[in-house]
Design a protein around this ligand. Structure first.
Ligand code: BGC
Length: 268
């Protein structure tokens, strides 16, 4: 059980039908939030997440939208407002990788990653911020007028060869988050990022699927375990709650120590 409550709050989680997004949606629902499961892939998969949340006693609703498409994002917000009236928490989670050696990287690989990971977060955050400002703080719901949680990565600070598009998108998310936080704080809107390390999800399947790959990955994680979506979900729920009301404009890394330069532990 959580020691804090998101009761009476509406949360939109983008890319919530799998991986970290699904883990976040489940924990937010456990904390009492009504959760909108945004997805771009098959509707049935999103409906499974909705069913799992409902079976656990929560409330959820699935809406399709490609977050990199402005019209689809606006339509998603319109549908959410029709269903639930407003929004209190945005978890800007949808993200993907299109890995390639730099010299072979196509413009399409670059644009796809920047489009979903960075522009998608911009579009969803802008629509949420407009509603937070219009509605303001609601007494008894939260001390903040709204919370935006951006899913970043350890790669907002760790350079990542072979993934230049991805690392660039996350570096961009960091500065977008900080600049938004500065501009929106007077409106009582909090903006923060989570910087996950290696979390066991489909995005990095190759990095943990075999014992060899997992052992190699663990050399990068001083705490010596791979993370789980629920780890990130618990942090997201806490950051969204009033327990974290004085936190804005910063990234919380949750990475088992990946950002501690483990290569220097017995070297240098
Ligand atoms: C990436 C994963 C990777 C992890 C640690 C994440 O942001 O999406 O593929 O395993 O960073 O390198």
């Amino acid at each position: 059980m959580n020691s804090y409550s998101l009761q009476g709050q509406i949360a939109l989680v983008t890319g919530a039908d799998s991986g970290i997004g699904k883990g976040v949606a489940m924990v937010l629902a456990q904390a009492g939030a009504k959760v909108i499961i945004n997805h771009v892939d098959a509707h049935e998969v999103a409906e499974q997440t909705v069913d799992e949340i409902k079976a656990a006693g929560g409330d959820a609703y699935a809406i399709h939208a490609d977050v990199s498409n402005e019209d689809e994002v606006k339509a998603m917000y319109a549908e959410m407002f029709q269903q639930y009236g407003t929004i209190d928490i945005l978890v800007n989670n949808a993200g993907l990788q299109r890995d390639s050696k730099f010299v072979d990287m196509t413009l399409e690989q670059w644009n796809t990653v920047i489009g979903i990971n960075l522009t998608g977060q911009f579009l969803c955050a802008r629509e949420a911020a407009k509603e937070f400002i219009r509605r303001g703080v609601v007494a008894g719901v939260s001390r903040a007028a709204g919370k935006i949680i951006c899913m970043s990565s350890v790669h907002e600070v760790i350079p990542w060869g072979g993934h230049v598009n991805y690392a660039t998108s996350k570096g961009g998310v960091m500065m977008m988050m900080k600049s938004m936080a500065q501009e929106l704080a007077p409106h009582k809107i909090r903006v923060v990022s989570i910087g996950p390390g290696a979390i066991q999800t489909p995005i990095n399947h190759g990095a943990w699927a075999t014992p060899d790959a997992l052992n190699k990955l663990l050399t990068l994680i001083p705490y010596n375990r791979i993370g789980e979506p629920e780890d990130i979900g618990k942090l997201a729920a806490w950051l969204a709650s009033d327990e974290a009301d004085y936190i804005t404009g910063t990234t919380i890394f949750m990475d088992g120590g990946m950002t501690l330069y483990p290569g220097f532990a017995d070297n240098g």
